[in-house]
Design a protein around this ligand. Structure first.
Ligand SMILES: Cc1cc2nc3c(=O)[nH]c(=O)nc-3n(C[C@H](O)[C@H](O)[C@H](O)COP(=O)(O)OP(=O)(O)OC[C@H]3O[C@@H](n4cnc5c(N)ncnc54)[C@H](O)[C@@H]3O)c2cc1C
Length: 408
């Protein structure tokens, strides 16, 4: 186990500074343009691929950092640059993690490289779980995957929604129902290879924020994929379903246990994105408050403004500490007995919304215009309390973990 320290290693600082440089020099200057265009910023993704930020290698290196801080540090810096562009860069990684976590070695080796493409021909990937009638309530998912034994193929039908990179992805990872009697325990994940007939983009959403990130419906109409596209393989799925059926017979007892490790491990990454956006807005507000003069002095000389900045900074630092704690716990296999991952996502996302609103206030009229970036940051920040589980769902998970009620 890595020894706990509050100090980043020299190597981590180097990576952080390199990412910060890319965020400051490439991402931030492009932010306003791609927000207005509401399109995937392919040239920026390509730049990220050229320098090695958009690649499986980079993501895996951060993912396997023994301190757990690699991913949160990377997310904070990239999202400090701009949330919409950063999501276009890291969205593929979120889909790749689904394969890394559940796929066989062969599946990892086959599909993850196709998710990224290469620097001369970049590709993106999408993770499709949400449906029009199954958002927070994942168990009510309706997309069905039925096994055609004669052909060793799975047939998928249904409509996914809110998929980041949905329809423009080279590879889609789709969660579908394989046993409707088992609720969320009867779900499995499938790879939809590039160009599979029957898989198409539905509506593309026009959004409030993170507008450079493509969000769309994905329609699955009689999609046939080979048996090898079931993540983890059929044998493992059959074993898992048998265990779930056995458990279902015993009924859902109230047991004191830890929150689900996979979600607890991934949620701090979203918390780190929120910290990045919050820190970006705070820095703009601090700079503005020290240079803008009213009544013959910088506005920061008014306690009413300075105290707001003090609160903003305190909350950002507290959010980062929660994110780092949960990330460290995940990598060191600590049980999430108080849903610490959900806690970090809840606090960081609410902080981002609050801090970006305060930043607008501190910039006054300028804060309300697109001449300054804080209104965009505020629009962007609103996503953090919604995706990867809303704030209400984080509270529900924390409360149920504390009380011992089954989480799902
Ligand atoms: C920009 C964007 C990108 C996304 N990217 C992806 C993606 O790549 N892949 C993917 O699969 N999904 C993605 N999502 C979907 C996202 O995860 C869902 O929007 C989210 O889980 C909430 O589901 P919902 O929108 O259906 O809201 P609902 O579940 O309908 O919730 C509506 C409101 O009711 C509240 N609520 C619901 N149930 C309860 C309860 N039990 N107690 C208290 N309050 C409750 C919620 O907190 C919320 O305030 C994305 C969404 C957006 C907006």
């Amino acid at each position: 186990m890595a020894e706990f320290t509050m100090e980043l290693s020299d190597e981590q600082k180097e990576v952080r500074d390199w990412l910060h440089g890319f965020a400051a020099d490439v991402i931030r200057p492009a932010a306003a343009e791609w927000d207005e265009r509401e399109e995937t910023p392919w040239p920026v993704i390509q730049e990220a691929a050229k320098v090695g930020i958009y690649s499986l290698d980079f993501y895996a290196q951060q993912y396997f950092d023994p301190t757990g801080l690699g991913i949160p540090m990377a997310m904070e810096e990239l999202f400090w640059g701009d949330a919409g562009i950063a999501l276009s860069i890291v969205g593929t990684g979120l889909a790749a993690v689904g394969v890394l976590a559940n796929g066989t070695e062969e599946q990892i080796g086959t599909w993850i490289p196709q998710m990224y493409g290469d620097a001369s021909d970049v590709k993106v990937a999408a993770f499709c779980s949400s449906e029009p009638d199954a958002g927070s309530d994942v168990a009510s998912m309706r997309t069905r995957a039925v096994y055609d034994e004669a052909k060793d193929e799975w047939v998928l039908n249904g409509t996914k929604t809110w998929a980041t990179n949905g329809g423009i992805a080279n590879v889609h990872v789709v969660v579908a129902v394989v046993d409707p009697d088992l609720g969320s325990k009867g779900h499995a994940s499938f790879i939809i290879p590039p160009g599979t007939p029957g898989c198409s983009q539905g509506q593309k959403f026009k959004k409030h924020g993170i507008r450079a990130s493509h969000t769309a419906e994905v329609v699955l109409d009689g999609v046939r994929v080979p048996g090898s596209c079931l993540l983890g393989g059929k044998e493992k799925l059959d074993e898992r379903l048998a265990r779930a059926r056995e458990k279902a017979k015993q009924g859902g007892e109230r047991v004191k246990n830890a929150a689900m490790a996979t979600f607890e491990a991934s949620r701090p990454a979203v918390g780190a994105m929120a910290v990045g956006t919050a820190r970006a807005a705070y820095e703009v507000a601090l700079d503005y408050a020290t240079t803008r003069e009213q009544f013959g002095r910088p506005i920061i000389d008014n306690q009413g403004v300075a105290f707001q900045l003090a609160d903003m900074r305190t909350q950002i630092d507290a959010a980062r500490l929660l994110v780092w704690r949960a990330s460290w716990m995940a990598v060191n296999g600590k049980p999430f007995t108080a849903a610490e991952g959900s806690m970090s996502k809840l606090f960081a996302s609410e902080t981002a919304k609050k801090v970006t609103a305060q930043a607008i206030q501190i910039l006054g009229g300028n804060g309300y215009t697109r001449e300054y970036p804080v209104e965009r940051m505020h629009r962007d920040a609103a996503i953090y309390t919604i995706f990867e589980g809303t704030s209400e769902i984080q509270r529900l998970v924390i409360a149920r973990t504390l009380s011992g009620m089954p989480i799902r």
